[in-house]
Design a protein around this ligand. Structure first.
Ligand SMILES: *Cc1c(COP(=O)(O)O)cnc(C)c1O
Length: 403
């Protein structure tokens, strides 16, 4: 029996809450939208957000900036990346990650992906050796955390520094420790499709005073870095203030005002995402053709999207499967598509990077489907969506047997 079609919109986020709207209106009424435009004694919304995010994240320092991509660029430059220097990164990620490496003057070296959609530590060890890279920009792609302890040991042995891209792991933890606290610095996004929404926005956190001083000056602080909410002591800026290029990547007070109340609601929303993820996963778990990536018990993830594999599906069947789901209102992305669509692309279409051979990643991604879980969907909606995907997977099995 064909299930009834789903009518929800996969790109529709929840409305901005009333407290954020009130905060935004207050900033608009003041006219002081620029983060350094403050009255004597006033602490700007951007500075307050930095203070609150550092406290929430458990980091010493925080910089609010223009986007997650800018947070990565600022971190890479503040690390002192040299022109043309190799930077290790996972091949399974989205275009802003290799984009940030190239924009900061680096050369991405892609590392293979496992069938559980995390970075392959054996390939990482090999490529760290071959490339001599000093740095791993690790994207916790779609919220899947690699064994962070094994990773830490591997990087320590080889003297490789970690910067985390936590665009999909704001609020996630490994053995209770927050994602974004394992490396030299971590980057978060407040873009509409992430875990807090100001349209665009980014947050960079670190416990390293010298790196943060450089990042703050590079974000475009001019000589106003004393107006930051979670910045190093002023003496840390002695060199950075004249030596760090201004990239004009600031966050404004309007966005910060929109984000502050959302931070207070984040833990509750994480629970809501996970209820929805569980409802979809519950339906998919019963389908023989579908494999869900393992989620280790050490990992507390945020189920704002779900990925599953249909091993050996092949390109033609994958296209039919996506079309069958779409006909019933379920929007799946297929990571095996050679043609980049929407947000989804692979290393094969990142022509701004030297071409690289990644047979394991290519093989795994050809089986991977991806779906966003906006909070505008109810738990019941998510059960219905899971049933539609299960139905379409069942039809494929029936067609294969008939053929
Ligand atoms: C969205 C995203 C980013 C960058 O965030 P922006 O704020 O859009 O620049 C970085 N990494 C991943 C994996 C993302 O999905």
């Amino acid at each position: 029996m064909v299930p009834p079609p789903f009518r929800g919109v996969f790109t529709q986020q929840e409305p901005i809450d009333e407290a954020s709207i009130a905060g935004a209106v207050a900033v608009l009424r003041s006219g002081r939208l620029h983060r350094y435009n403050v009255l004597p004694g006033e602490v700007s919304e951007a500075a307050l957000l930095e203070r609150e995010y550092a406290a929430w994240q458990g980091s010493r320092y925080c910089l609010a900036c223009a986007s997650g991509g800018q947070a990565m660029q600022l971190a890479l430059r503040a690390f002192g990346l040299a022109a043309g220097e190799p930077v290790l990164t996972n091949a399974f990620t989205l275009a802003p990650v290799p984009g940030a490496i190239v924009a900061a003057g680096g050369r991405p070296v892609f590392v293979e992906t496992t069938a559980d959609l995390v970075i392959d530590l054996d390939d990482l060890a090999r490529k760290a050796g071959e490339s001599g890279s000093r740095l791993l920009l690790l994207s916790h792609m779609r919220g899947h955390l690699v064994d962070m302890e094994a990773l830490g040991r591997l990087l320590a042995e080889r003297g490789v520094t970690l910067i985390e891209d936590c665009a999909h792991t704001m609020g996630a933890r490994w053995k209770g420790r927050r994602s974004g606290s394992f490396g030299l610095a971590a980057c978060f996004s407040a873009q509409t499709y992430k875990h807090i929404n100001s349209g665009e926005g980014g947050l960079l956190v670190s416990d390293d005073a010298a790196l943060m001083a450089r990042a703050i000056v590079s974000s475009g602080s001019y000589m106003l870095y004393d107006r930051h909410g979670a910045a190093p002591e002023l003496d840390q800026f002695a060199a950075a203030r004249l030596e760090s290029p201004n990239l004009s990547a600031r966050m404004d007070n309007l966005r910060a005002a929109i984000l502050r109340p959302q931070l207070a609601a984040l833990d509750r929303n994480i629970d809501r995402w996970n209820e929805r993820y569980a409802a979809v996963a519950h339906e998919l778990e019963r389908v023989q053709a579908i494999r869900l990536p393992a989620r280790p018990s050490a990992e507390s993830f945020v189920g704002s999207s779900i990925q599953f594999l249909v091993p050996g599906i092949g390109a033609e069947t994958a296209r039919r499967f996506v079309a069958a789901n779409a006909a019933l209102g379920v929007e799946l992305k297929w990571f095996g598509d050679p043609e980049p669509r929407g947000y989804t692309s692979t290393h094969l279409s990142w022509r701004f990077v030297d071409p690289q051979v990644l047979p394991a990643t290519d093989r795994i991604l050809s089986d991977v489907f991806d779906m966003r879980i906006p909070l505008t969907f109810s738990v019941g909606d998510c059960t219905q969506i899971g049933q539609i995907i299960a139905h379409c997977a069942g039809e494929l099995g029936a067609a294969a047997m008939a053929g």
